[in-house]
Design a protein around this ligand. Sequence first.
Ligand code: MSP
Length: 655
Amino acid sequence: MPESKKKQKCYITTPIYFPSGMPHLGTSYSTIVADVFARYKRLQGCDVMFTTGTDEHGQKIELNAAKSGKTPKAYVDEIVKDFKKLWKTLGISYDKYIRTTDNNHVITVQKIFKKLFDKGEIYKGKYKGWYCTPCESFFTDAQLVDGKCPDCGREVNFTEEEAYFFKLSKYQDRLLKYYETHPHFIEPESRKNEMIQFIKSGLNDLCVSRTSFKWGIPVDFDKGHIVYVWLDALTNYITSQGYLSDNDEDFKKYWPADVHFVGKEILRFHVIIWPAILMALDLPIPKQVFGHGWILFGDGQKMSKSRGNLVDPVMLCDRYGADALRYFLIREFSLNDDGLFTNEALIKRINFDLANDLGNLLSRTVAMVNKYFGGVIPSEQRPGNLDNELIGFAINLKKDYEIKMNNFRFASALSDVWLLISKCNKYIDEMMPWKLGKDPSCYDRLAAVLYNLCEVLRIISILISPVMPETSLKIQEQIGADAKICSFDMADNWGMLPENVKVSNLGALFPRIDVEKEIKELEKILDSTNAKKSEKDNSAENIDTDKINLVGIEDFAKIKLKVAKVISCEPVKKSKKLLKLFLNDGVAERTVVSGISQYYTPEDMIGKNIILVSNLKSAKLCGVESHGMILAATCPDGAPKVIFVDDVPPGSDIH
Ligand code: MSP
């Protein structure tokens, strides 16, 4: 391995998770994706720093803790134990686990806040929202239930609170310039335009302190203020490395991060707020931020407790092993897009790809070496037809694999490895070793065939190791390959297994599954662990337009109209008419579904300011929860025309 490669550093991060509940399969996805990349980089010989952790402050945690009768710290301590246990079960090879309640994080965030304040990057202003006095809490429009406090149901008042703001707006041009000069900063490319549009439509300064709750990092020079959300959370990527501390060697060595893996809904914070904070601190910007898609469940929803679609990763690991689950998530879904989780897809992947294709190849090969040669492949070997084709394919695989892995095309890299596996199975069918075994004059040919299969299995074991670390070692053990010949630079070398290599049968890699029976079993388990969904589906057709009558001003006043910005937009999969819009109403974000897709493309909508009916009861349209409605006029030809108000800032009320 070249010396320069050995020393190349690589800093990889996952998002830090809210410990507001148990981690589930959805939250495991970000971590598994990052772990695969970290293992791949180590395999390449890089000096890897891989971090994950928990985002432990904020009102939600404070409330959850109070509900369970614990202090916030005791509450998060419990959940963090579960996170760490799950990461162990899933084989997550993190180097550091950062908690935002760690003392060094708290102290450094205070230093960062002060530094930004002293530099004039943070200033004091006013935060506006609905305040519930008995609960001492601020709520956004979207959080109110029938215009009342969502917690106690009492009246709320529109109030202002003193708060500090970060001058995000001044970084607009610098951010756009940065994207231009660093074309690979935002990955995948398909999400870049959305970010550019968002910036171009104008950035507001960012609220970075609150006084209405206590569970957070205190601003040490202004009592009563707590550092608010993103400044506390995003900075984990540098506090974990010792930034502004006496022990900052890792920071000097590893910063800037090579890649932050995040879910698509928090990409914006990582490519707009985070680089702006770093620019304000005069620090280098991370090289790449990858915003992956979501794993959707059942009717196309993101996993959540309230939707009753939680899939427990521990249960799946208990049944099939962590490697099988990791393989499924990486092979089945492209990182760039959303993917639908189904029990059937999971079981089939395990059965066909793992038990049949890979498992069978190994067990057949080992069984034949045992049967014909007592477990040791003889050194007298005769090359023959088709060997070169198989060998050529195997040793050339690494090149493409590396390109794909470097470009985050993990599923495609795995798919190529499975092509090699199927070529091996075909090679066995064509070579018919059981026939060669009947004729002693063909033993040297049989020995060559079995040696070739073991060599390919060695290469396969190397290439699958980032995704299936345990399986990789099991294969190496069975074919008698030691670690020295299983490093990455051995993956394009042929003939590394020694003469007279000894194999051992250590049992099947993956048990075969009765697909139908297992799917039923899984459904039973998931149903019994999830509360039944209570919400009734409201379809668009249920809206009764005939009952519209004249209304008094008091009724009209109940409708809250405000201006919101379209941050992202996509068609609703199961519908020809609906678009799903992700809006920012100046205070919070929400999803709204609108029947305009025959007249507007997502690109027509992104970055535009529209009028939102913000206190409409949520409804489900084609399986997507819609929180509000956007206003459109119906033209004489029947076509809807969305009312755009691009000169009015998001958050403005319409009376
Ligand atoms: N605490 C913030 C992140 C701060 S990072 C400086 C947060 N936490 S989270 O717990 O809500 O989500 C963490 C990650 O889990 C996000 O990247 C999110 O996209 C991911 N996922 C949660 N559910 C998911 C799916 N169903 N599918 C894929 N990823 C999902 O946001």
